[in-house]
Design a protein around this ligand. Structure first.
Ligand SMILES: [Zn+2]
Length: 248
């Protein structure tokens, strides 16, 4: 089962790459077929095998020998690993469907926000539809935790956007509203705290190591993805450990 789910992750990861790179550009996700950006050579089935094609071709286009970005196989592999490890955390339960959907959304955001600093509305809208349906059949307990989470996610981020005068993008606000709906209030708050923390640590380290230019905005999407996944997976453990440390 783990191997199968890993393979699905690899395949979907390759699709999410396409979605994350094309949707913000207003391009179709089905046509044209994937091609080498340098020589235009259309990729054949054997060149589209996730990770493996990249390794077999030595990271180069088979025709013109131009280097292919390692981001593609990395995203594919990451999706495979996240898919395969999800059941270890949430178990082989219906909640696994939610976990895999969250991972899918986050991979697309990781690609699009890193490439263009955009969290596309179209992508968010599709996932709103999917999550509404999923949470209808696999509700949080209590079910209204979803509505509260969405409201607080939207409100909290809107206030921060206003106070910080645009330090938070519109895409981030909508994304946190959706995350609140999926994970509920408690996990949402932890997710926001962790996302900000990870983003700040990365920003400070980046500036110290001169990898990030001061004043140049960093996409927040990837940190929201990591923060939320950590909060969603280990939220209860983190909160319990914190309470034990400071209140016993
Ligand atoms: Zn080529």
């Amino acid at each position: 089962m783990t191997i199968i789910i890993f393979m699905y992750g690899l395949l979907l990861g390759s699709f999410y790459n396409v979605v994350g790179l094309r949707v913000p550009q207003g391009q179709s996700i089905v046509s044209p077929r994937s091609a080498c950006p340098t020589c235009g050579h259309q990729l054949r089935a054997l060149e589209l095998i996730p990770v493996l094609s990249y390794l077999l071709q030595g990271g180069k286009c088979r025709v013109c020998k131009t280097g292919i970005s390692p981001v593609y196989p990395i995203i594919e592999f990451l999706t495979g690993v996240l898919f395969a490890t999800a059941p270890l955390v949430v178990g082989w339960s219906s909640e696994l469907i939610i976990a895999l959907t969250l991972i899918s959304l986050f991979i697309i955001i990781l690609v699009s926000d890193t490439a263009y600093m955009i969290i596309p509305d179209k992508v968010l809208l599709v996932f709103v539809g999917i999550f509404l349906l999923e949470r209808l059949f696999i509700p949080l307990s209590p079910w209204w935790d979803s509505l509260l989470g969405a409201g607080i996610g939207f409100g909290l981020l809107l206030i921060i956007a206003i106070v910080s005068k645009g330090g938070m993008g519109g895409g981030d606000i909508k994304l946190f509203a959706l995350i609140g709906f999926v994970v509920g209030v408690k996990t949402l708050l932890l997710s926001f705290f962790l996302s900000t923390l990870f983003g700040a640590v990365f920003g400070l380290l980046g500036m110290a190591l001169k990898l990030v230019k001061k004043g140049k905005p960093i996409p927040f999407g990837p940190f929201i993805a990591i923060g939320t996944l950590v909060a969603y997976y280990f939220g209860d453990t983190i909160i319990q450990t914190y309470l034990n440390l400071f209140f016993t």
